[in-house]
Design a protein around this ligand. Structure first.
Ligand code: SF4
Length: 429
C-alpha cells in the first residue's frame, strides 16, 4: 500500500539556527497543565476462576469446584496482589471509573471472601462513590437471597447473569448445571434483592448445539419477559479447547447451527430487542436503561487504563498490556514471596495504539473521528480512506465528517468492520 499524504517540504539547504524544541512555545496552553495535574481514571478487573461445572462451549481457563481448589489461599493472594500493585504502579490516587468481578463465576465465592476482596480494594484504591459502577458476573446456581444481599451491601450496582438459553434441552447439551426454572428463580431473586437499585444483564448465547429458530425465538421472549435492563447476545465459538469443538466439529456427535443460521438468530434478536425498546450500545449488548451499560467494558474499549488482578488476568497500563501467570500454583506462591505475578506484556507502538483504538472503538457502534484527530494529529480517513469507502458502499457503515457509525448490517456482522479497518491500518507498516 502507498500512502499519498506526504508532501515534500524540503528547502534549499542552508545552516539554520538551533531549534531547541517542538512545537513552538506559542502553541502551549495553560489547560494542559491542569489536565496533567489530574490523575487519569482507571478501571479494575478482578478475576475469579472458579466454576460449579465446565460448560461445553467454554474456552476460558477455569477451575471446577469439584477439584476442590484452595479458595481461601487464592483470595488471600488476590488481596496481597491488590496491595502490591497499587503501590508498585502508584495507582491508589487514580479515580476509579468501574470495578468488574469476572471469571469464572465470582458468585461461587463465600460471602466473607467477597467482603475480604472488596475491603482490600477499599484500603488501596479510592472506592466507592455512587458514580462508580461495580459489576459482578454470576450464574443461576450461585444466586441466593443472602449472597445477593451481601453483593448489595458491598456496593454492587450491576449484576450480569450467564443464562445462555431458556430451553432445558439446549442448556443440558451445553453442559451447564442449571435449568430453565432455576434461571427464572435466579433472575427473580436478583431482582428482589436489587429492588430497582441495580441493573441486571443476562447473557444469551446464539449458536448453541440443538438451537433452532423456534427455540431461539422462545429464549428471546423468555429473556424479555423477565424485564431485565440489559440483554447481551454472544456468538458461540467452537474453540479447539472446548468440548463443543471435540464433539461438534471434530467428531460430529452433536450438531451445531450453521454460520447462516447463527446469523439469522442474531438478526431475529436485533429486530425483537429493538422492538421491545432495548437499544444497542455495543454490537452485542442491548439495554433499556442507560445505567445498565457496562462502564468497565465501555471505558476500556475507549482506551482507558484498566488493571486485571488474579490468575491469568490482564490489564492495560500506559502503553503496555500486562498479564499475570495462568498457573494457579505459581500465582499463589509468588504472592506469598512478595513478587508480582506478572508473566508477560506487550509494549505498544504508535501504530498498535491506532489499530487498537479503531478495533475496540468500532465495537461501540460509533467511532468519533474528531477525537481521533485530536489524539493523533491527522484524520483516520488519510490512513484507510479506501477501506472506509468500501465498507460504506457495502452498507456496513455510514461515514460523516465527525464519526463512523455502524449500520444494522454492520452490527449484525459483529467485529467485521473493526477487523477490516484494523487489517487495512496494519498494512501501512
Ligand atoms: S460458568 Fe462461564 S466461565 Fe464457568 S465454565 Fe461455564 S462458561 Fe466458562
Amino acid at each position: 500500500m502507498t500512502l499519498t499524504v506526504e508532501r515534500s517540504e524540503i528547502q534549499t539547504p542552508k545552516r539554520l539556527p538551533l531549534n531547541p524544541n517542538y512545537p513552538p512555545f506559542r502553541q502551549w496552553k495553560r489547560g494542559v497543565v491542569n489536565e496533567k495535574l489530574q490523575e487519569d481514571p482507571l478501571c479494575l478487573y478482578i478475576h475469579i476462576p472458579f466454576c460449579t461445572q465446565r460448560c461445553a462451549f467454554c474456552y476460558y481457563k477455569t477451575v471446577d469446584l469439584k477439584e476442590r481448589p484452595e479458595i481461601p489461599g487464592y483470595v488471600d493472594a488476590l488481596c496481597q496482589e491488590i496491595k502490591m500493585v497499587a503501590e508498585k504502579f502508584n495507582l491508589s490516587k487514580r479515580p476509579i471509573k468501574a470495578v468488574y468481578f469476572g471469571g469464572g463465576t465470582p458468585t461461587v465465592l463465600e460471602e466473607n471472601h467477597l467482603v475480604q476482596i472488596v475491603s482490600a480494594l477499599r484500603e488501596n484504591f479510592h472506592l466507592f462513590d455512587q458514580r462508580i459502577q461495580f459489576s459482578v458476573e454470576a450464574e443461576p446456581l450461585s444466586v441466593s437471597p443472602s449472597k445477593m444481599n451481601v453483593l448489595r451491601e458491598i456496593g454492587v450496582n450491576r449484576l450480569s447473569l450467564g443464562i445462555q438459553s431458556f430451553n432445558n434441552e439446549i442448556i443440558k447439551l451445553s453442559g451447564r448445571g442449571h435449568d430453565e426454572k432455576q434461571a427464572y428463580r435466579a433472575i427473580d431473586v436478583a431482582q428482589k434483592a436489587g429492588n430497582g437499585q441495580w441493573a441486571i444483564n443476562i447473557d444469551l448465547l446464539s449458536g448453541l448445539a440443538g438451537e433452532t429458530t423456534e427455540t431461539w425465538k422462545e429464549s428471546l421472549e423468555c429473556a424479555l419477559k423477565t424485564g431485565v435492563e440489559s440483554i447481551t447476545v454472544y456468538k458461540m465459538e467452537a474453540f479447539a479447547n472446548t468440548e463443543v469443538f471435540q464433539q461438534g466439529v471434530r467428531e460430529d456427535i452433536i450438531e451445531l447451527p450453521s454460520e447462516e443460521l447463527e446469523m439469522h438468530f442474531m438478526e431475529l434478536a436485533m429486530e425483537r430487542l429493538e422492538r421491545a425498546d432495548y437499544q444497542p450500545w455495543s454490537h452485542f449488548t442491548y439495554t433499556n436503561k442507560a445505567s445498565a451499560r457496562s462502564e468497565y467494558i465501555f471505558n476500556s474499549w475507549q482506551g482507558m487504563d484498566f488493571y486485571g488482578f488474579g490468575v491469568s488476568a490482564f490489564g492495560y497500563l500506559g502503553d503496555s498490556l500486562l498479564q499475570n501467570t495462568s498457573d494457579m500454583e505459581k500465582y499463589t506462591s509468588l504472592m506469598t514471596t512478595g513478587e508480582l505475578p506478572l508473566a508477560r506484556g506487550y509494549q505498544f507502538t504508535s501504530l498498535d495504539r491506532i489499530v487498537r483504538e479503531v478495533l475496540l472503538g468500532m465495537k461501540l457502534l460509533r467511532f468519533d473521528l474528531v477525537r481521533f484527530q485530536q489524539r493523533h494529529g491527522f484524520k483516520l480517513q488519510f490512513l484507510c480512506g479506501a477501506t472506509l469507502n468500501q465498507l460504506e458502499s457495502g452498507g456496513f457503515i455510514k461515514v460523516s465528517n465527525t464519526e463512523i457509525e455502524l449500520t444494522s448490517k454492520g452490527i449484525l456482522y459483529g467485529d467485521y468492520v473493526g477487523e477490516t479497518l484494523a487489517a487495512s491500518l496494519k498494512n501501512i507498516s
